[in-house]
Design a protein around this ligand. Structure first.
Ligand code: MF3
Ligand code: CO
Length: 251
């Protein structure tokens, strides 16, 4: 069952997601060579709490931090580490969740530290554009397969790999709700979207093959071939004519 949110519940998700968005924007500016991934985590947790939210990832299935920081070939779920410093030319994925009054928001961006190779810059562009292509297909009456297919259809011709081992998800009173939202699929299939559904759409793309491996820490997912990977995510609410991006940057 995919739960529909009431206007009051959507308002809480708007607040949670706005805290995610503004915290990610703050972190984006801090991504520089020499900064440790733990410093980014501290900054994230402090900003979330300053705005009255709680870090959603901290303690989730035993995850030890507020923020996931995944560098270069790390795809998702990199654990902050005081000894891990960002280097010139790295790409840094920042994934953040917030709870506000019992409701969740979740979003991710990938940021370049200094100058990156042209193909890496293209990876970031393609992954972010794939997210927006997917969001464009969302409206009441569309099918989940339409959303999934949009990512696959956009990314595959570039020769980059769409990660299949992790998916987007419903979100609301829990971080992960139904439905699971793969980044590949057939149009015209799957759950029929309805106004009031809230979804986290999150394409993950590798420059090389799509296969990923989870490291011995039990969390960090890396590309099997060592190629760089990017991740962009938004929390959205389905509306009659499209979707509202709850985690869009404000101001
Ligand atoms: N945005 C990711 C997701 O939706 C991160 C959650 S994993 C966590 O799956 F353990 F860090 F919370
Ligand atoms: Co998510």
């Amino acid at each position: 069952m995919v739960e529909l949110k009431t206007p009051d519940e959507l308002e809480k998700m708007r607040v949670a997601s706005a805290i995610v968005a503004s915290t990610l924007e703050l972190l984006r500016k801090k991504v520089k060579p020499g900064v440790s991934t733990m410093e980014l985590n501290r900054c994230a947790e402090q900003e979330i709490r300053r705005r009255g939210g709680q870090p959603a990832f901290l303690g989730y299935r035993g995850y030890p931090a507020a923020l996931c920081v995944s560098i270069n070939e790390e795809v998702v779920h990199g654990i902050p580490d005081a000894g891990r410093k960002i280097g010139e030319g790295d790409i840094v994925s920042l994934d953040l969740g917030v709870v506000w009054d019992g409701f969740y928001g979740d979003a991710a961006i990938t940021v370049a530290a200094g100058r990156v190779k042209p193909e890496v810059a293209k990876l970031l562009k393609v992954t972010e554009q794939a997210l927006y292509r997917a969001l464009k297909t969302i409206k009441s009456g569309a099918r989940l397969g339409d959303v999934s297919h949009a990512v696959e259809e956009f990314v595959t011709p570039t020769g980059m790999g769409v990660v299949r081992d992790f998916t987007g998800h419903g979100i609301g009173r829990r971080l992960h709700e139904e439905p699971s939202i793969p980044n590949f699929g057939q149009p015209g299939t799957g759950v029929v979207l309805k106004s009031g559904m809230t979804l986290a759409i999150e394409p993950m793309v590798c420059l090389g093959g799509a296969e990923v491996i989870v490291k011995n820490d039990g969390w960090t997912a890396v590309s099997a071939d060592g190629s760089y990977a990017a991740h962009f995510e938004h929390t959205v609410a389905v509306t009659e004519n499209g979707c509202e991006i709850l985690s869009a940057i404000q101001d």
